[in-house]
Design a protein around this ligand. Structure first.
Ligand code: PLP
Length: 454
């Protein structure tokens, strides 16, 4: 018990000891046979202390833990989106453990601006005049609309009223920002005249929203950024494009379909662009607003900006990621999500073939095979695009009627490993897409724990 007192402190030991004693007392009062045997055991006291220590250990373990993402979705929102490159981890770790010039101008010795640390990098990569950073892209959209169109109409195509994962829905964001959504055109087709006819003295803003997680296909029409900018500017209004993922480089070089870059949308005439820092950019959770300086200045003066601002760790990590973009030739070696995304199928297959025999012999009551699959980029970026990959597919051998239960407990056993492994259940099987397994030992090293499961 002495070691527990030293490691965890008196308070924690007292709380857990009291709890364990109460449980034991209740069990004895209820004449529970197992509790009586425990108390009669000559090692009762040592065992009881051990039990308390285990309970303390469990109660102090972090709830937020690393996992292995074998879901096949590379940028998985529920699994923390992008992994950070080493440079970003180093940068945030230094800033975390030291005072910094977060809002302090080293030249003048006076108060500084936290956005100043990133503005230059964002402007260099996008061609924007100015930039500001907030908590995430949802916050960026909210802040832009609230600043530029409070109590006014925001014109958006009916085909772009997106919902991103349940709580971010464009109509709700407009309401929260105290702006009125004015829907333009139809779900599948919106034309230039639709916007022109909708513009009036109540209009505050024209907006285009990237249809990130779905595609409108077939008989469709939408108005390009350049035209939207012309319509807005001829009425003296700003035009804002919510790009969602926000790519800084041409993604076709990584085998993805063409996506508008932040630079191209600004060049086409958007006054402001909003995008996420942790989708196709591969950085930390944040939202970037880039574009015209006078508009960025108004946004920074909005009291909501103070509520939505980012902390020093985010700024440090995001800066390190943007530095990596300064050397575009080595992006796919240095940004983990691009490394995952650009892995060749042959390489993934070879890795799966090495894993197969070990997984087979560990899971004796399952059938294990390698199958072709398709990985997704994820996080609402490029919904239709699927990257050829390979998965280890595990099917429990169980009586009919027990198969669902066997599969559920198999998936649970993987999730309960010291380093939890998250796969995808599909068609009565557990699929482990090998694309994002950059260290095979994360699986091989834990197989004995799986084999030990009852
Ligand atoms: C993802 C997305 C958002 C929300 O971005 P977060 O960084 O997740 O807050 C907003 N708009 C679009 C178009 C998106 O794709």
């Amino acid at each position: 018990m002495q070691s527990a007192l030293e490691d965890y402190g008196v308070e924690r030991v007292k709380v857990q000891a009291r709890r364990a004693l109460e449980e034991l007392r209740d069990a004895l009062v209820a004449e529970n046979a197992e509790a009586i045997t425990r108390v009669e055991n000559e090692n009762f006291f040592a065992n009881f202390c051990q039990q308390i220590k285990a309970a303390i250990k469990q109660s102090v373990g972090a709830s937020l833990r690393p996992v292995v993402n074998l879901t096949g979705t590379i940028i998985h929102t529920n699994l923390g989106r992008s992994r950070l490159p080493k440079e970003a981890v180093d940068a945030l770790s230094i800033i975390a453990s030291h005072p910094s010039n977060l809002e302090f101008d080293l030249q003048s010795g006076r108060r500084g601006d936290r956005d100043s640390h990133l503005q230059e990098a964002v402007c260099a990569l996008t061609g924007a005049e100015a930039a500001t950073i907030v908590n995430n892209n949802a916050a960026a959209v909210l802040l832009v609309v609230n600043t530029l169109a409070r109590d006014k109409d925001v014109l958006i195509s009916r085909g772009e009223l997106v919902e991103i994962g349940g709580t971010f829905r464009i109509p709700d964001v407009m309401a929260s920002a105290h702006a009125r959504l004015r829907e333009v055109g139809t779900t599948n087709r919106t034309h230039r005249q639709d916007y022109e006819q909708a513009v009036n003295t109540n209009t505050g803003l024209l907006m285009k929203v990237h249809t990130s997680n779905y595609a409108v296909q077939g008989f469709t029409a939408s108005v390009a950024e350049q035209e939207l900018a012309e319509i807005a500017h001829s009425a003296g209004l700003p035009f804002v494009s919510d790009l969602g993922s926000g790519t800084l480089v041409d993604m076709t070089q990584f085998g993805l379909p063409p996506e508008p870059t932040v630079r191209s949308v600004l060049q086409a005439g958007a006054d402001l662009v909003t995008f996420s820092g942790d989708k196709l950019l591969g950085g930390v959770q944040s939202g970037i607003i880039a574009g015209r300086k006078d508009l960025v200045d108004r946004i920074k003066a909005n009291p909501l900006k103070r509520a939505l601002r980012v902390d020093k760790l985010t700024l440090a990590a995001l800066h390190a990621v943007l530095e990596i973009y300064g050397d575009p030739d080595r992006l796919s070696q240095r940004l983990p999500f691009l490394r995952d995304l650009s892995r060749r199928p042959e390489e993934i297959l070879a890795q799966a073939e090495v894993l197969l025999p070990a997984v087979r012999s560990a899971l004796t009551d399952c059938e294990v095979a390698i199958r072709e699959t398709h990985s997704q980029v994820g996080s609402g970026a490029l919904p239709l695009d699927l990257l050829p990959s390979y998965a280890l597919v595990i099917r429990p051998r169980a009586e009919k009627g027990q198969r669902d239960a066997a599969l559920t407990s198999l998936a649970l056993a993987f999730r309960q490993l010291p380093l939890p492994i998250i796969g995808r259940i599909h068609d009565g099987e557990l699929w482990l897409d090998i694309r994002c397994l950059d260290d095979s030992n994360a699986l091989l090293g834990q197989l004995s724990e799986l084999a030990a499961q009852p």
